[in-house]
Write a protein that binds this ligand. Structure first.
Ligand code: NIG
Ligand code: FE
Length: 417
């Protein structure tokens, strides 16, 4: 049955080219006041001014839902590490006492400290835990999320994580795109022999993941003490050869060359980008690589430095925003907080931040032709907020303003009375 959403005070459509948005196009929100959205069979049929939509032939018989707020495309969170068994509270206490990311790692914390519990957790429990977390995403207006492996770091456990993501997709309406991040760190049994571990990942894990079609993307953490730019390019090229689309964690803690190493292998997005130099920015622009910025992790790490969004946008690099939800550097799944951090600490305008969190997030996942904007023919993934003006989503922070989420045409969360 068709649904007609009425009394939308402001509708942000992001109507425009079916392509990642860059430069001034990121500020073209496609705003419609006094709007309505008509959906049918999971697809957006019409979206625009109420006066026009109400005359649509399907409008009369449609179920009506009165909104009295702001409507946006559902958020597309293009970077999460949502599969982990336990929070890292020891790391948190150390950080609160002033320890840095590197100091925590040296004390036995960090990524490697997450693998013990992940390796012993049964797949079903992992899937159920992820589905519960997915509810939190949906309640905050996120309708699609990328989910990485990377806290198992063995053949068995990395396959288990990816299979758990697949299993969780049966338990939640949140759409999840899986990423293999076996190259997240070197597990203790490899005694710091990074190349030996990467050879193992390449020979043992990658082909099985590709054969079972368990992941859409392959990612690698290119950073001092993790994987080098040379290893990054070689690994991602092999992943691409097997049909996984490359992504890279690059220039998060230092300028180390990960961005250009990822681009050399055809990376769809280069994520973090805190320490990018002009050469990296130019390379991203020339290659059309999306910069996925994760400012909630900078906030959580208590960093003074944030990714240089203004330089990236001025250079014409399409910018996406994502949570980076993970137990070590960003225990936050609420994209609304990311919007606040992006506007307050990265100098992004509300229009740019919302574009980055929706349409450009979708392109960072290669699905911008299907989700990320409120345009006829697109999947009916919508988020509704208690607000008079869309800028309130970036202005208020620390709260959840989302009151209803619609996934593939179905209301999956609502606290509208
Ligand atoms: O994106 N940088 C690598 N991966 C995560 C951190 C993971 C962790 O500390 O557990 C990130 O920040
Ligand atoms: Fe990350």
């Amino acid at each position: 049955m068709a649904i007609l959403f009425t009394n939308i005070k402001q509708l942000v459509t992001f109507a425009g080219d079916k392509a990642p948005r860059a430069g001034a196009a990121m500020r073209e929100a496609g705003l419609v006041k006094n709007a309505a959205v008509l959906i049918d069979s999971g697809i957006i049929v019409a979206a625009g001014p109420w006066a026009a939509i109400s005359r649509h032939r399907l409008a009369k018989k449609a179920r009506k839902i009165e909104v009295n707020g702001v409507c946006l495309p559902g958020f597309v969170d293009s970077h999460t590490h949502a599969v982990f068994a336990e929070p890292r509270l020891k790391d948190f206490s150390m950080r609160a006492a002033g320890a840095s990311y590197q100091e925590i790692k040296a004390a036995g914390g960090g990524i490697i400290s997450s693998i013990g519990a992940v390796r012993t957790q049964p797949q079903r429990a992992m899937a159920e835990q992820l589905a519960i977390r997915a509810t939190g995403f949906l309640e905050c207006g996120t309708t699609t999320a990328e989910v990485k492996s990377g806290y198992g770091l063995s053949l068995e456990s990395e396959l288990k994580i990816l299979r758990a993501i697949r299993e969780a997709a049966e338990l939640t309406p949140l759409e999840m795109l899986p990423t293999l991040l076996a190259a997240h760190g070197v597990p203790p049994e490899f005694n710091g022999e990074t190349q030996k571990y990467l050879d193992y990942v390449t020979a043992e894990i990658l082909p099985k993941v590709a054969a079972e079609k368990l992941a859409v993307f392959a990612d690698i953490f290119c950073e001092k003490g993790y994987f080098t730019p040379e290893q990054t390019t070689a690994y991602l090229k092999e992943a691409a050869r097997l049909g996984l689309k490359p992504k890279v964690h690059s220039e998060q803690l230092s300028n180390y060359g990960g961005t250009r190493a990822g681009i050399a292998a055809g990376a769809v997005s280069a994520d973090h980008a805190d320490h990018v130099y002009a050469e990296d920015i130019a390379a991203m622009r020339d290659a059309g690589t999306i910069a996925a910025l994760l400012p909630a992790s900078n906030y959580y790490l208590g960093l003074a430095k944030y990714p240089p969004a203004r330089e990236l946008i001025a250079a014409g690099v399409p910018v996406a925003l994502a949570t980076d939800f993970n137990p070590g550097t960003c225990p936050c799944w609420n994209m609304q907080f990311v919007l606040s951090a992006a506007c307050t600490h990265c100098g992004m305008t509300p229009e740019e931040a919302l574009c980055a969190a929706t349409v450009n997030g979708a392109w960072a996942l290669g699905i911008g032709d299907r989700v990320g904007s409120v345009v006829p023919g697109m999947q009916a993934d919508l988020a509704f907020f208690e607000a008079d003006d869309y800028r309130e989503l970036c202005y208020y922070f620390g709260a959840n303003q989302c009151v209803m989420t619609v996934k593939k045409g179905r209301p999956v969360y609502s606290r509208v009375s």
